[in-house]
Ligand binder design. Structure first.
Ligand SMILES: [Zn+2]
Length: 319
């Protein structure tokens, strides 16, 4: 018997073209293969569009329900590596995610805005990640900050976080001080960073726990809200609501074996008072919250060079 190399499944898109002019929206699911709420939420909206319960009047919406088919089929986060890192085109693709990147990057460039639907491990409230303020810097120049923040605020989730690439640069610097292998800043570039590079904007929606049926409802509601917000459908745009906006501006790095999160039950978005112990070093010393703020991505399994948790403060940016 000959062993067959498993075939790479293709990417499937479903696109609705409104008959009037308007923006081009891309909705992604399963960039991480085990995050099935995206494909499930998209399937419901596609059914709505086909049945006429949602009528796309203007612009275009493209649904790409499963961005990483190999990982999705395996029900794993990654195929060969994290698709949401170092996303770009490569003339010599070396792995599954390189090959997807060669197709996904041009699809992203064909659109004006992106909603990337994810879910997470463990408990916690849904939240949305959005990008930097308008700037002409080197790291992530941008000029759609207001539109992107409004897009994030319309989704229906109460917690909005920004500051990803800046904190990633700090993570790289902290790792370097510890003599750990150097990470490239391009590693921090995923789908939304690629959209901003390409002249558009986009947000990452974290709908809730991977296996919680409510996560699908969060994703579904968010897509419906965005179609109305952008005027693609004629539904009334969701009423503006007050959101908690957090600037992720600090991290606690696992510096050596034995450094760990202090306490259990932390969830992204938990408010933490100044002085509260958040981590403990291997030598027993405590890392306390430097100011009133929020804990983000608490990781009880952090290995040296990874974040034990990230910290945020209430942001001055307006949603
Ligand atoms: Zn994800």
């Amino acid at each position: 018997m000959t062993t067959q190399t498993p075939l790479d499944p293709p990417l499937e898109t479903i696109r609705f073209h409104g008959l009037k002019a308007g923006p081009k929206l891309l909705v992604l699911g399963a960039v991480h293969g085990n995050e099935t709420c995206g494909p499930n939420a998209i399937a419901r909206v596609v059914e709505d569009c086909r049945a006429g319960r949602v009528s796309i009047q203007r612009g275009e919406v493209t649904f790409l329900p499963v961005a990483n088919p190999k990982a999705y089929r395996q029900n794993t986060r990654e195929g060969d590596r994290n698709l949401n890192r170092d996303l770009r085109e490569r003339p010599q693709p070396a792995d599954n995610e390189d090959r997807i990147g060669n197709r996904l990057a041009p699809i992203l460039r064909q659109h004006d805005m992106l909603l990337d639907v994810h879910s997470f491990t463990g408990e916690g409230v849904p939240f949305v990640f959005f990008g930097p303020d308008d700037n002409r810097g080197e790291l992530e120049p941008f000029r759609h900050a207001q539109a992107e923040a409004a897009f994030a605020a319309c989704l229906g989730v109460d917690l909005m976080i920004h500051g990803w690439l800046d904190i990633y640069v700090r993570l790289i610097a902290a790792r370097e001080r510890l003599g750990l292998p150097r990470l490239a800043v391009t590693e921090g570039f995923g789908t939304t960073e690629y959209m901003r590079f390409a002249g558009g904007y986009g947000v990452t929606l974290e709908c809730g726990r991977h296996d919680d049926p409510a996560s699908v409802d969060v994703g579904y509601r968010a897509i419906r809200n965005v179609l109305a917000h952008l005027g693609l459908s004629d539904e009334a745009a969701p009423a503006p609501a007050r959101r908690v906006v957090v600037h992720m501006d600090d991290l606690v790095l696992c510096e050596s074996e034995g450094d760990r999160l202090e306490g259990t039950g932390w969830r992204t978005g938990d408010r933490v008072a100044k002085g509260t112990p958040v981590a403990r070093r291997a030598d027993g010393s405590v890392v306390a919250m430097p100011r009133d703020g929020f804990i983000i991505f608490p990781n009880p399994k952090a290995k040296p060079g990874e974040g034990i948790c990230y910290l945020g403060t209430e942001s001055s940016r307006d949603a």
